[in-house]
Design a protein around this ligand. Sequence first.
Ligand code: PLP
Ligand code: COI
Length: 336
Amino acid sequence: MAEKKKGFGYTKLPYRYVTLYKDGAWDNGVLSEDENVVINESASVLQYAQTCFEGMKAYKTKEGKAVCFRPDLNAKRMEETCIRLKMPVIPEDKFIDAVKQVVKANIDYIPSYEEGGSLYIRPFMIGTSPVIPILPATEYQFRIYCSPVGYYFGGGVNALKLQVSDYDRAAPHGTGNIKAGLNYAMSLYVTMQAHENGFDENVYLDPATRTFIEETGGANLIFVSKDGKLIVPKSDSILPSITRRSLVAIAKDYFGIEVEERQVRLEELADFAECGMCGTAAVLSPVKMISDHGKEYNFTIEEDGYGKILGQLRKTLTGIQVGDIEAPKGWVVDID
Ligand code: PLP
Ligand code: COI
């Protein structure tokens, strides 16, 4: 279904969910009308970037029902992130209940099925108690806010141009596989460099050998080979995208497409017909070209703006997300 031309920014909505962690336990959590966070100047989030987040979306179905997509996987990924950052885990049932509460409270702001777009949901956690030694905080806030959104890139269907970055996104055995705020802070300089060079995003290579494709700053990469296989880069230092895992299942189970999840060498791009960036924000955005310092790898884009196979996968994914196409069990969760 077509998404209305609308961008991807923050809009203050009436309600956000807030729960506080103190003395080893989370409180019951409330819906708050206050979008501001007041914390100590020496809070661990301010001094040592002890913060992590998730990204997910709620949609309206044709019948006007509010649904969200695979929130259990966001809860599980946040748990892994919190463990790695020495932050307290939000139990999965509390996470999902909080998502439902905050979406329900802002239900009028989910774009209608006809309008297209979605309500972006941003769960995040910060360390709030003061630190000076390099130690985790003892107190935390977990919050979720939402914002109505459309396309992440350029407000419409744009085939994207990416550049191979000279900088690394993640160290070997580092934090590339979790959703830590610090992974994004380090990418800001490189993202602006890409924009200044006329590109939409960066392709990061594996930091140990700089020979394999990792991912972009805010989405995983997937490819279609010239013989029609879905090629999915595998690495321990990329974020395990829920969108990518869903697309792999759709490719196999809905289309019978052969999927290869493996390391992908940069030079192999010459053998691929299609490329896409996949993620909650990116959905499955078409890529027309990746430049490795002037050496261009070009990918096929059809008249509708998408690659042939990735376009079909995108259509099926978005159809599942809004309830038009039958979803595998547990993928689409009712809000009310
Ligand atoms: N990779 C990075 C670095 C991301 O920030 C995101 C966004 O969440 C993704 C991949 C895509 O993950 P998901 O499909 O779970 O949103
Ligand atoms: C998401 O897709 O939810 C992300 O967190 C990526 C970010 C670029 C918005």
